[in-house]
Ligand binder design. Structure first.
Ligand code: NDP
Ligand code: MG
Length: 397
């Protein structure tokens, strides 16, 4: 007698940051794999109408809005959501979604560090954490890792370079790794002469050559702060020493990272520059399934270039590396000051070249220490943000 195998259960996903760039790519992956993945919870900051459309499309009944006014507007328009929707608000609402009993995996793609509490809550509840928000690990990596260790939950990197390293490392003993090399596209100003950088506008900085992403990470790509954050993220995720974490300029964004082993052999992960590849890998891991976007096509001309990064053009990369080497709360200080400075640049309050000046000032002012607990890291974060704002309002040396 032939019996058909029972269908494998679908992985149930909560998506925080559903209306953003990572959110949209995640929805494409979810739509293509409805037999393997089920969206059970979504959240955003304020775009409640876009969130309602997603809830209807994927029949999601658990919905969160961080912003009070947006939460109230959504409450007043409950008819726009599927019948029986449970609507939650504020940070406590995001935490509630992250611990949803009906979820297996929580994908955190909220810009900045707001996702820290939900990420910790997800791990404490034993949910796997698919992590896009790199700022979370830079702020509080050791506490996030400890939470995962305690519950036995997995952290699956969504950031493309880290997802690439993760794939290259699978099955290889840690002791055999000499270093990792993350690739950097070089951002919007890769080929600009240094003297033009004094006059760039937010609109210039938001034109990324290869990737379509949210505004904060696009500016971070133009300053290479993004690569700096990623080196710190990698050091934390893969348990490496600072000097083992390196980066190279690769304008095509086809190779996402290399792992170099002690014998000199290197493994690389390649795919076109679309976030659907790492997102799908993280959500379906360890299962492989047809991708959403086309794979590389070697019947067409494909050339790959790699160049050293000129750090004199990108002081934020140097500051990030120095913060990583200093350890303690230095990465948290770097991240907080950078976040505030980028927001000020996007609001046309400071010029582009003032971003590293603000970050360097805050790093040299806030004392570094080895944090014993999360509240002391958060205090350093708050103080760094306060000093960054002061420097922005009064830029005199
Ligand atoms: P976007 O700016 O495109 O989207 C941000 C998302 O987060 C939106 O859904 C936004 O909601 C939501 N959000 C913002 N603040 C809050 C909050 N306080 N509470 C709840 N939701 C909030 O950003 P990206 O998608 O580009 O980036 C998201 C994260 O992923 C960042 O940490 C980034 O560094 C990381 N990342 C992004 C990559 C990319 O390709 N975009 C690549 C690798 C990492 P709303 O729309 O309502 O404002
Ligand atoms: Mg990246």
């Amino acid at each position: 007698m032939v019996t058909s195998a029972a269908p494998s259960p679908r992985k149930r996903v909560v998506l925080l940051g559903a209306t953003g760039s990572i959110g949209e790519n995640t929805l494409r992956v979810l739509a293509a794999h409805r037999d393997k993945l089920e969206l059970v919870g979504i959240a955003a900051h304020s775009q409640w109408d876009k969130l309602a459309a997603i809830a209807r499309q994927f029949d999601v009944r658990h919905v969160g809005l961080f912003d009070d006014a947006a939460y109230s507007a959504a409450r007043a328009n409950l008819a726009a959501f599927p019948a029986g929707t449970h609507l939650v608000g504020g940070l406590s609402g995001l935490v509630e979604l992250a611990q949803l009993p009906a979820a297996d995996t929580v994908l955190v793609a909220v810009v900045g560090t707001t996702g820290l509490a939900p990420a910790l809550a997800a791990l404490a509840a034993g949910k796997d954490l698919a992590l896009a928000s790199k700022e979370i690990l830079v702020l509080a990596g050791k506490f996030v890792l400890a939470a995962a260790k305690k519950s036995g939950a997995n952290i699956l990197p969504v950031d493309s370079e880290h997802n690439a390293v993760f794939q290259c490392l699978e099955g290889h003993p840690h002791a055999g790794v000499r270093r990792i090399v993350l690739t950097a596209s070089g951002g919007a100003f890769r080929d600009w002469p240094a003297e033009r950088l004094a006059h760039v506008t937010p609109a210039d900085a938001l034109k990324h050559p290869n990737w379509s992403m949210g505004p904060k990470i696009t500016v971070d790509s133009a300053t290479l702060a993004n690569k700096g954050l990623e080196l710190i993220e990698a050091q934390c995720l893969f348990g490496l020493r600072p000097e083992q974490c390196t980066a190279v300029l690769h304008p095509q964004s086809i190779v996402h990272a290399f792992v170099e082993f002690t014998d000199g052999a290197m493994l690389a992960q390649l795919c076109p520059p679309s976030m659907t590849f790492p997102i799908q890998h993280a959500l379906l891991h360890p299962v492989r399934a047809p991708g959403v976007d086309s794979a590389l096509d070697f019947t067409k001309l494909l050339s790959l270039e790699f160049r050293p990064i000129d750090e004199s053009r990108f002081p934020l990369l140097r500051l990030a590396r120095e913060s990583m080497a200093a350890a303690g709360v230095a990465p948290a200080i770097f991240n907080a000051a950078n976040e505030v400075a980028v927001a000020a640049f996007l609001a046309s309050e400071i010029p582009f070249l003032a971003i590293p000046r603000v970050v360097e000032h805050v790093l040299s002012t806030v004392p570094n220490f080895e944090p014993a607990d999360l509240p002391s890291v958060l205090a350093a974060d708050t103080e760094s943000r306060r000093l960054a704002r002061l420097k922005i309002l009064d830029p005199q040396p």
